[in-house]
Design a protein around this ligand. Structure first.
Ligand SMILES: Cc1cc2nc3c(=O)[nH]c(=O)nc-3n(C[C@H](O)[C@H](O)[C@H](O)COP(=O)(O)O)c2cc1C
Length: 331
């Protein structure tokens, strides 16, 4: 059983990655229903939280059915991060997670996210302060290093473990790689298999099929896998991986009816939670995957991503359900 502090998270947990404008309550709801063992909020600005900015505070919304859940925070100032962790803790998640991996210029070049990989002593001090500031277990998500010449992930893991983090997720890319190239899981395995490391190590990067999940689990020995992009518009990936791990066989892919019904609920919740304009806009990136493998779907996808009316979208989804009722998606 993998434990984060005292929290049991399953034999081999599958985690939904924190993703900005994606890992929100509507999307988390459908991932949870489809097998995600543990989830994180998208990253939340520590400065936003301490200034009580509505945009940051609303990201603290969590629901009981989502548990266990981690709230992820980011920032470059130790004092703000300490205070933000305490604010996040009041929202009552199971875990406080620190983002030391974001590669985006406006974050990383200010020394937050992956930027802190250039200052490991500060990273350790910030983490120590956060661990001291909260009672809940603190976890970290990071990358291998800033670039190829600064990969010190084993040292990072040891130093963060020393100051009390309870699990570490490693995305097998450097900041410089952004999302390009392939994730290097051998470096993740180096951390996992290091004799001094005893906290759970979760691997992240490029898992997009049950086969790959099983292969990487066996090859790299990690304690669990975090999935990001492959879950966008395809929350079924969690149960598909679980089923394949347990039986060696593939779960039948979701039927058209299931796809329409999950997309519809996701859209409804998005609009309810974020309002019509933002809810519709942020839903757009999910449609391609929701309707993957359906021949001649393109004109419908175009209509789905171009419409800005909830009523119209509900009509298009109903039409999809009728027009493609006999189609078995080819995945
Ligand atoms: C749209 C998008 C938003 C992301 N936002 C965050 C974030 O808020 N916090 C974070 O730690 N990582 C974030 N990431 C990185 C993912 O959590 C993950 O590490 C990365 O996508 C690699 O995993 P994957 O290959 O399974 O997608 C984001 C990734 C994407 C694609």
């Amino acid at each position: 059983m993998v434990k984060i502090g005292n929290l049991e998270v399953g034999e081999f947990p599958l985690l939904l990655a924190p993703m900005e404008d994606v890992s929100d309550p509507p999307f988390r709801a459908v991932c949870k229903e489809n097998g995600a063992d543990m989830m994180y909020t998208e990253f939340i600005s520590s400065e936003g939280l301490i200034r009580d900015a509505a945009k940051s505070v609303e990201k603290l919304d969590i629901y009981d059915y989502e548990r266990p859940i981690g709230i992820q925070i980011f920032g470059d100032k130790i004092d703000s991060m300490r205070q933000a962790a305490a604010i996040a803790e009041e929202a009552n998640p199971e875990i406080i997670d620190i983002n030391y991996g974001c590669p985006v210029k406006k974050v990383a070049c200010k020394g937050a996210g992956a930027g802190i990989l250039l200052d490991i002593p500060k990273m350790q001090e910030m983490t120590a302060e956060i661990v001291k500031a909260v009672d809940k277990p603190v976890t970290v998500k990071t990358r291998l290093g800033w670039d190829d010449s600064t990969i010190r992930i084993v040292e990072v893991a040891k130093r963060l473990q020393d100051v009390g983090i309870q699990a570490l997720t490693i995305h097998g890319r450097t900041r410089k790689q952004m999302y390009k190239g392939v994730a290097d899981w051998t470096k993740i395995a180096e951390v996992k298999n290091h004799p001094d490391i005893h906290i759970p190590i979760f691997g992240n990067g490029d898992i997009d099929s049950p086969e790959k999940a099983v292969e990487y689990k066996e090859k790299y020995g990690v304690d669990g896998i975090m999935i990001g992009r492959a879950a966008i518009g395809y929350p079924w990936i969690f149960n598909e991986i679980k089923h394949f791990m347990e039986t060696g066989e593939h779960l039948a892919p979701p039927t058209l009816e299931e796809r329409v019904s999950v997309a519809k609920r996701h859209l409804e919740f998005s609009v309810e939670w974020k309002g019509e304009r933002k809810g519709i806009f942020e839903m757009r990136r999910h449609y391609t995957n929701y309707f993957r493998g359906i021949p001649n779907f393109k004109p419908y996808r175009t209509r789905l991503v171009e419409s800005d009316s909830f009523e119209e979208l509900s009509g298009i989804l109903a039409e999809v359900s009728e027009v493609f009722s006999d189609v078995v998606p080819v995945v």
